[in-house]
Ligand binder design. Sequence first.
Ligand SMILES: [Cu+2]
Length: 217
Amino acid sequence: MRKEFLRSLTAAKVAFVFSLAWSAVEADSDAANASYVAHLAGLNSKVTGSTASGEARFTIKGDSLTIQIDANGLPPGMMHLQHFHGFTDNHEANCATAAADANGDGIIDLLETEPMSGTTMVPFHDDPVSMQIVNDTYPKASANGSYHYEKTVSLSALKAAFAKAFNDPALDLDRRVVYIHGIFPATKLPASVASLDDIPAQVTLPIACGKIEKVSQ
Ligand SMILES: [Cu+2]
């Protein structure tokens, strides 16, 4: 009887110690340090007149997430919306291709990106944690059509805000894509080019996209 008790106690202890060690390993590889990159390629360059390109980097150190986006070849001297887009059911998002042009008008508008890229999720402006998509603090391209954006946020605060918006605390960066939007307000677009609500299509038109990938350490 006593032997039996000792044996089960030992087994329980081993399981306990193992679970402690396992959660330490998990916390280490998951949260402490990770980095992600997206190589941005131009979209709708026929409309913008130049091909945008750039790179987005996401660096996680403990509870801090630093977002850095370098872009060039953008319509100069104006603000550009930028976000990560993805699917609320967490399936993998991809950048829209020419095949996304459902109405065949030669332009891939924001709504046409949705089947491949999902919905607008986290904004990259002065306050990403606000999750506010309509905002006037997105970066402005210089006279030569480039910008460097950099913002560090609390990862736990962003996850909490993300969970509130999408019922899921996992950012799943490697299943998302980064989009940069916006062409000159005066650019003529066919009426077939759609946008969100009453936001002009010139503001939301996608001009660059890149798939986020985890950088192996
Ligand atoms: Cu976007």
